[in-house]
Design a protein around this ligand. Sequence first.
Ligand SMILES: [Zn+2]
Length: 532
Amino acid sequence: MPPASLSLSVMPFPPEVRREAMVRSARHCCVCHRYKGVRVEVHHIVPEADGGPNIPDNAIVLCFDCHADAGHYNPRQPRGTKFSPQELRDAKEKWFSIVREGSLTSPETTPDVLYYRYLICRNLDIVAEILAGNFDHIPVEQPLLVQNDSSSFLGRLVDDVGRTSQTDVFNGGWFANRDEYLQAHPDASAVDRGGGNFSFYELLRVPTHEELLAKWSPGRPLIKRLIDSGAQPEDFSIVGSFFQQCGTGHFQEDLVLRPLWGVFLAVTNISDSPQTLKRLEAAGSPNKDFRPFQPLSDPPTELRLPAAPILSGATVVVPLGAVLGPLGRIEEEIWSRTDTDLKRWGPVQLVAHSGTKQAKAHALVGPFLWPKGLHVTSSGSNIYQEVHELDLTNVYMLDRYWEAGCCPHLFFLLEGAEVVYGGPLLAAGNSKNVISTFTVPMGVTRLLIAELEDEVTRLDHIWLDDQQNTPGRTLTRGQVLQLAVSPGVIVRIEGSYVPRVESSDGSENSSRRAMLVDEFIHSRTRSLHFSS
Ligand SMILES: [Zn+2]
């Protein structure tokens, strides 16, 4: 059984609350008043993260568009068209009264017996576990796995790509320093370190076809597969390089690939009685937001399902296929999330109801099953319940990763409130005291020392020129120390850091670190922009 906390964010409202909200709103969006049928979601007016309860009063029916707009409302950082809880409550009451007054009848004749969620697995271990029928760490109750062509395809793909390469980043060799690297790769260009994407790297370049095949593809058949299917290197890859201070100190390059995601449909019986699924009808062609890298031959138009009755509360998991996520930081709106610390074996697991904003950037890697609806035998009669299309703006993301576990990070706040990456700090200070020294660059007004990972940083002494400043600070994950400084000042910081979990191998760390650094810059730039 998965820990109880795993289930919370994934099926937050009890079925009777969902049902009541759907009926009272007649499956229309309470904000834009459009009838959206299956493309609606029951949303928390006050987010779960802020203590919003799973009761009817806190539930509102929204279409996927308005759902994305309602996400993450923060009164301290008003931005765009986000709706406040009060606005949502008002919209809901107004719409309920329109429906109540009978000026509109519910197009819904039978209540839903099934609840559909698309599960996006960003980690291939999770895909492999699901395919093996191991749901110990997957947040679905009473799971039943369907075997189909997609499960065979996903199984082969995971075997090919290799479960150990958990990430989309591959270490491509060491150079003594940046100059030596630039001699080998004169086409590499400097990264805008405040750009919010790839800020972690110093230099970036696009690899060539030949290089991808000769240098990077051995042992990684996905690369050859993508090239053979006509994908251009810039469609799916980039090479970033940086000075790796952790360890011996060298200039290192990484190949960054678009991440490979496994996609499943979870079908939950939310009725009070057993239901027999008969077959799934499929569209036979990709949704408009997805671009196949290779022509798809005969996509399936239906899937026969095992005729066994599915108990109330149980979930049938249908493998659909694989997509490539965006290159670099994923622009994501998260409505609810659960971080689960799988301490017994190290990695952190994240389950989030969320949506990516780069939905149209997604590419198909192989055959895919596009669900349209399910034929069900319910209390003796046959019914058909439509499935909403796969829409990456509204999915459930499952991710699992190792903490990178490498030192706190330094950022510079510039005049004009821009934040740029300054590099790792106390890099050699894993569990021992070291001193980092640097000169404050031009235009910098403040230092931000951030602990982005699950570890503890101790800053014992900070000197600005020869003046001691702010002694004895401890930073844990998410904490940031800000120091006002002037350009030209020599900063000396003495301290150490202690990772809570030692990561298993170093190869994947820069990917995770790059993501954390980009996230930090992005969030800081946004919050500074709106608080000033
Ligand atoms: Zn709407």
